[in-house]
Design a binder for this molecule. Sequence first.
Ligand code: GLA
Length: 399
Amino acid sequence: METDLYTNMNIIDQLATTYREKFGYAPTHIARAPGRVNLLGEHVDYNNGFVLPAAIDRATYVAFSPTNARHSMLWALDLNQQVSFSVETLASKTQANSSPLPEWALYPAGVMNVLHEEQLSLLNMTAVFSSNVPQGSGLSSSASIEMAFMIAWQMLGGWTLPPMKRALLGQRAENQYVGVNCGIMDQFASACGVENKLLLLDCRSLEWKTVPLPENVSIVIADTTVRRKLTSGEYNKRRSACEEAVRLLQQDLPNIKSLRDVGVEEFNGLAKKLPKEIEKRARHVVEEIGRSNQAEALLEAGDIQNFGRLMNECHVSLRDLYEVSCPELNVMVNIAQSLDGCCGARLTGAGFGGCTVNLVAKEKAESFAQALAKGYEAETGLHPEIYISHASNGAGLLK
Ligand code: GLA
């Protein structure tokens, strides 16, 4: 049940083999960029709040070499699909043969586009890539693809950008090229991850630090296996609602720039002036920023019970106020919270399906995972994937 190096070694071996079969020689390099799980501070990054993610031990791997060909050729092993594009075809989002880029290729192409905008030296590559971050699961498979290709193009171009700069460029690629108005959290965690540590990021100043996870707890990730379509539309709507809330609140609080600047008490005093739906969305953000503000002190003090309580409150708020949960996520969270050893459980990531994150007493983690899988399956008929995760390092070259 525990992911380990074997899973990752299998992927790397498979990539190298496929690469050799396709191109007739071994790849010169392998880049890796992890997914992430977020413990607290959900849907607050684009409101300038604080987030507490960790890079996880599941990642996207890219086996690649430079090529003199006029296009980069990318093979997506998991989809058995290939695309080729170059700086000349980026603006039209097409391939070398003029057909439109498939959805999945917008991520690496978006990265190439943003690097081209930055006027960084870009070489074409032949690449085979694969990921064990499940797609659409709330574990940032998109950011891990972006950050892995960023590392690959960095290597080939001979320049070096600081990890936070790579994260910002990845976010820009996703905002402008893919069209998802995401915040900085996912690319940040994938770029800056630190083994065995949680990462506390101030999304306004971009200052961050590591926070230790107390040794007696494990992070257990539970995938409902439910995937929602049209997530980006709902996500962008939530973001617009927050912007609308700021615009309306500025009538009374002219100095605020984002919901980060509004305290809970202050918000309570003005809430009734907002349309109901906008009020609910903004209340989640204001209260969640309040919760994430407490995270560091609680973790430093090893107060997992109270930290877990904040995670549970976060889930209720995402479910009832932000309305980004779904029945399967609620079932997974309810069962988890009833099990022995569970300190806190909630949906993680954007929502609408995907995974929950659970903080569990270390010695109970295995039995918790088994009981959760059994309970979820009995209630929904779905086979969940549940695993104990470890915080990993951020994106880099393996070879
Ligand atoms: C997605 C986005 C992030 C963040 C989360 C919700 O993962 O990419 O920027 O907004 O949703 O916290």
